[in-house]
Write a protein that binds this ligand. Structure first.
Ligand code: FBP
Length: 552
């Protein structure tokens, strides 16, 4: 195969792992804490997860574990959006399996959870895995967003697992996919099937975290990739001094990516959706805030700048949030009816009778392109696909109009030339940083230890991530511990709670302390490209978010 030099060299990278995972695999024992509780809605969750609710947290320690040498058949699924490091989770899982017993087998389901339902699997051998070690992407087996939810899908999943005689299934995914993992674990127990289910925390969005899951994998690489690009744009802006760049960043509902990139690059502004919601900042007020920075910088003859916008912002602006929530409910309840209306005008007419007058008025006044994007299909988990909404263009247009008025009033004397960007797919399949390569391999290896120790309904957990890898703490967390009940597709469902930006947390506070200065002065940082070879302080640093959160 003709491959790039970096790819070839990265094949040879040996991921750093926690010292507990080094050495003889049969010397890793699982130690248990106290039974756990869900974060909320405990009675409802106990009812749904009758057999898997409330298990204790598991931490790996030293001790003889003969069961680890059992011959096992394990299936693995990559679920949802790509995140750098997925291949290393599979490599770590495979290496653990083979260390435990060379006759054990690993099967990869093709195209995400749909591969389990439709029984599309391939055996993952050493030869198949080798060219994917330390590489980005999920292309080894592909990914998908199928949600296993109907009784038929659950039954088909069980049938597949039985046909392949699987002992366990590993689901590598975000909050929704790990919720699915918990439901499958419960379903298998209920049917008396001894197939264990283990999750792994994946998503560049960084919103699958709690005290045991310090970060989801892929966040590190994606943020560093975006930060390099933002830094490059800032350098261009500071050179040409003629454009205002509005950069929308992936991350779905949470603003973790935008916040981390802001800490890395010091733009003039970074909107944090969670703050917009908390302070009930309207669209008009947000536009006013942006204009303030533009006007002040123009007074200093700096008619350029950079603004970061989290892609989920529209769902947090109070009036937009209400509109989207009403659209979600009505589109879920009357899906068949709505899907038959083909024209935008027809959709608007239909909605005029279904949503509140206030929300309808807002929908009508939005630029048609944005309104149309709000009406696109939801994903299989009922979420608006925020990556398809051009929020940066909405803001650019509104800021431009407001500045024109401020100019007429003699308040603004500058020249405003906005440029829009969206960074998302650029970062989801980058070569994993050393951090993600190490973290993912450790997660996969830990998933194997959890399986070999007979656990189900757990997510692999590797903690103490701001320390060198040798000091990381590996184990597993019961999935029900991270759950609550939420409104989805028009009804209450058990879900893993998304971790949004904590306005009392270290990362936001660090940003808050500096942002007024950044809004006016040019204080840009240029982080440059991710480095894979060189001193640890250049190559192995975790994100600023992780450091600030763990320092608290
Ligand atoms: P996951 O939550 O599945 O990890 O996906 C993350 C993400 O990259 C979001 O940031 C983004 O909104 C979404 O996927 C885009 O989805 P798609 O890949 O279907 O376009």
């Amino acid at each position: 195969m003709d491959i790039s030099v970096l790819q070839k060299v990265r094949y040879g990278y040996t991921p750093k792992i926690p010292s507990i995972l080094e050495g003889e695999i049969a010397d890793i024992l699982v130690e248990f804490g106290q039974p756990t509780e869900a974060i909320a809605d405990r009675d409802a969750l106990k009812e749904i997860f009758k057999r898997s609710y409330g298990k204790p947290v598991a931490v790996f320690g030293r001790g003889r574990n003969e069961a680890i040498g059992r011959e096992l058949k394990v299936g693995v699924i990559l679920s949802g959006g790509q995140a750098p490091g997925g291949h290393n989770v599979i490599a770590g899982l495979f290496d653990g399996l083979k260390k435990g017993n060379p006759s054990s087998k690993l099967y990869g389901f093709l195209g995400g959870p749909g591969g389990l339902v439709d029984n599309k699997a391939v055996e993952l051998t050493a030869g198949k895995i080798e060219p994917y070690r330390n590489t980005g992407g999920f292309d080894i087996i592909g990914s998908g967003r199928t949600k296993i939810e109907t009784p038929q899908q659950f039954a088909a999943s069980l049938q597949t697992a039985k046909k392949l005689m699987l002992d366990a299934l590993v689901i590598i995914g975000g909050d929704d996919s790990n919720t699915n993992a918990a439901l499958l674990a419960e379903y298998f127990l209920e049917r008396g099937a001894s197939i264990q289910v283990i999750g792994c925390p994946k998503t560049i969005d960084g919103d699958l975290k709690n005290e045991h899951i310090e970060t989801s994998f892929g966040f590190d690489t994606a943020c560093k990739t975006f930060s390099e690009l933002i830094g490059n744009i800032q350098r261009d802006a500071n050179s040409a001094k003629k454009y205002w760049h509005f950069i929308r960043l992936m991350g779905r509902a949470a603003s973790h990516i935008a916040l981390e990139c802001a800490l890395q690059t010091r733009p003039n502004m970074c909107v944090i959706s969670e703050e917009v919601e908390e302070k009930e900042i309207s669209l008009t007020q947000l536009v006013e805030d942006i204009c303030n920075s533009v006007v002040k910088r123009a007074d200093n003859r700096e008619n350029f700048g950079v603004i970061l916008i989290p892609e989920g912002l529209v769902e947090f602006i109070p009036e937009m949030k209400k509109l989207i929530s009403e659209l979600n409910d009505v589109m879920a309840a009357k899906e068949d009816e709505f899907s038959k209306i083909t024209s935008f005008a027809g959709q608007l007419r239909w909605l005029s009778r279904k949503i509140s007058p206030v929300s309808y008025k807002l929908l009508e006044t939005l630029p048609p392109q944005i309104a149309g994007q709000l009406l696109l299909d939801r994903d299989p988990h009922g979420n608006v696909m925020v990556s398809r909404i051009d929020t940066e263009k909405l803001l650019m247009g509104m800021v431009e109009s407001r500045l024109a008025r401020l100019k007429e009033e003699g308040i603004y004397k500058g020249k405003f030339s906005p440029l829009g960007h969206f960074f998302g797919y650029e970062g989801r399949c980058a070569f994993p940083t050393n951090f993600d390569a190490d973290y993912c391999y450790s997660l996969g290896y830990s998933a194997f230890v959890l399986i070999a120790s007979g656990l189900t309904g757990y997510i692999a957990s590797v903690k103490n991530l701001a320390a060198p890898a040798s000091e990381w703490i590996a184990g597993g967390v019961p999935l029900t511990m991270m759950m609550n009940m939420e409104q989805r597709h028009g009804s209450k469902k058990p879900v893993i709670k998304k971790a949004l930006v904590d306005l009392e947390g270290g990362p936001f506070k660090a940003f808050d302390a500096a942002r007024d200065t950044w809004a006016v002065k040019t204080m840009f940082h240029y982080p440059g490209a991710i480095q894979y070879f060189g001193p640890a302080e250049v190559c192995d640093q975790p994100t600023k978010t992780l450091k600030l959160e763990l320092e608290q």
